[in-house]
Ligand binder design. Structure first.
Ligand code: PMP
Length: 474
């Protein structure tokens, strides 16, 4: 295991930090434990229906499962998804006016908290000047320069509008650059919903027990070699057999789409060595980990340099921005410099880029990551202690502002181990916390996220509510 973050068992707690935390609005009292399931329910035709229920019923008429991305549907935990009306700092409010301490943070982007004044201001300032031109703008050059400065492995970078686009483009580029067609990915890693990557994928694909999607032609899926995460001998064996056909390895260098799984010591370095030996491209998919775990991503944390990196989430600060970049010799194969086609009408649009740049400026504040990591570790340590007191088998760990909670006796470090966690218990815990005003990811296979806006009091309140939830679970 890398000495990245806070596994429950080791390491000293570091509290405090130097970054300033904002509290724009007066705090409402924290909800009592075991508060209402959904506040503000009202009578409709004799039956009591919350506004969340009403919206969910309405949404399902015109949107498949009522949601625009599968995990939001709450299918693996049951119940009604919460429709959010507002977010501010560490909190979100649902359609019934109930407030939650939010540990999803839009699945990672909200690293400085929701509706951070500097990020909102950047958007409001630039929007009146035009939303999108489909032509170059100065602000996207600024963004490219900033990304290349923050991640030294990026010699060139191109902006897109989602993580999926970033990984799809990086794959095509790796294939175009090497002239090879096969790719290696790892079981339980999610890299967006591109055809080649939806093979034994994580996140929503895993949540619904369909890690491989219908509609992906067999011919494409056959080009994807899926190996167990953290299993270097399996990688070496695959390359020994098919190395000359393999264009790239794509990996979540810390996996966050099958809950949080750390790379074993030597795993990432081993991938680097194998790629060098066989002339394959090493792609770190840092869509989630980029600027989440460390100011220089996992590559900065480990000192292992990929050939290409994909980014998203934090670099858009809540707006749609993704990016892929890396070695100049590879990036110069992109059209119109080279033969690998890639394009986007809204790529680099000024409003999204402004939100991203404002977010990146915040995270560069001295002490930002020390404080974020300490707060996240305080949360996972506190949850693990509360579970222990309640006698519930539970483990937790963190990496920067990302964390994992597991209904298992020990922190898992493989796909198989994470699959063996108690999913039914997670669902009960999730609902107890939701009732108590704490919003965790509605799936046992997602990482959690803490923002710089989460205070020590938020963490303490979360732990107190978890303690009550654990005692019921036992
Ligand atoms: N790669 C990783 C590692 C991700 O976590 C995600 C999204 N969770 C993606 C790619 C896809 O990003 P998007 O949802 O923005 O398309």
């Amino acid at each position: 295991m890398l000495p990245l973050g806070g596994q429950r068992s080791g390491g000293s707690r570091k509290r405090g930090g130097t970054h300033s935390r904002r509290r724009a609005a007066p705090r409402r009292e924290l909800l009592p434990l075991g508060g209402q399931r959904s506040g503000g329910s009202r009578k409709r035709g004799g039956t009591s229906m919350s506004r969340n229920d009403e919206l969910f019923t309405r949404a399902q008429r015109t949107i498949p499962a009522g949601v625009n991305s599968p995990v939001r549907a709450f299918r693996s935990v049951g119940g009604t998804p919460r429709f959010f009306e507002r977010g501010e700092g560490a909190y979100v409010w649902d359609a019934d006016g109930k407030r939650y301490i939010d540990y999803v943070g839009s699945w990672g982007p909200a690293i400085v908290g929701h509706a951070h004044p500097a990020v909102v201001k950047a958007v409001v300032d630039i929007a009146p000047k035009g939303l999108s031109f489909g032509a170059p703008t100065e602000i996207e050059v600024e963004m490219a320069e900033k990304l290349c400065r923050l991640l030294p492995s990026l010699e060139m970078v191109r902006l897109v509008s989602s993580g999926t686009e970033a990984t799809m483009s990086a794959l095509r580029l790796a294939r175009g650059y090497t002239g090879r067609s096969r790719i290696v990915k790892f079981e339980g890693c999610y890299h967006g919903h591109g055809d080649s990557l939806l093979v034994k994928a994580g996140s929503g694909a895993l949540t619904f027990g369909q890690p491989s999607s219908a509609g992906v032609p067999e011919a494409i899926a056959n080009e994807t070699i899926v190996l167990p995460y953290n299993d270097l001998p399996a990688v070496e064996a695959a390359f020994a057999k098919e190395g000359k056909h393999i264009a790239c390895i794509i990996v979540e260098p810390i996996a966050g789409n099958m809950n949080l799984i750390m790379p074993r010591a030597g795993f990432l370095l081993g991938l680097r060595t194998v790629c060098d030996k066989y002339g394959a491209v090493l792609i770190f998919d840092e869509v989630m980990t980029g600027f989440r775990v460390h100011p220089r991503g996992v590559q900065g944390l480990t000192g292992i340099t990929p050939d290409l990196t994909t980014l998203g989430k934090v670099i858009g600060g809540g707006m749609p921005v993704g990016a892929f970049g890396g070695k100049r010799a590879i990036m110069e194969k992109i059209a119109p410099l080279g033969p690998v086609y890639q394009a986007g009408t809204l790529s680099g649009n000024p409003v999204a880029v402004a939100a991203g740049l404002a977010t990146l400026k915040e995270i560069e504040a001295p002490g930002f990551y020390d404080a974020l990591s300490a707060r996240t570790k305080a949360l996972t340590d506190g949850l693990a202690s509360a579970a222990k007191r309640a006698g519930v088998p539970f483990a937790a760990q963190s990496a920067g502002g990302m964390f994992g909670v597991y209904f298992a006796a020990a922190v898992p470090d493989s796909y198989d181990a994470v699959m063996a966690c108690d999913k039914a218990r997670f669902a009960k815990f999730f609902h107890a916390m939701l009732d108590a005003g704490v919003y965790f990811a509605p799936s046992a296979f997602e990482a959690g996220f803490v923002s710089a806006a989460h205070t020590a009091e938020d963490v303490a309140a979360t732990i107190a509510r978890a303690e009550a939830a654990f005692s019921v679970l036992r």
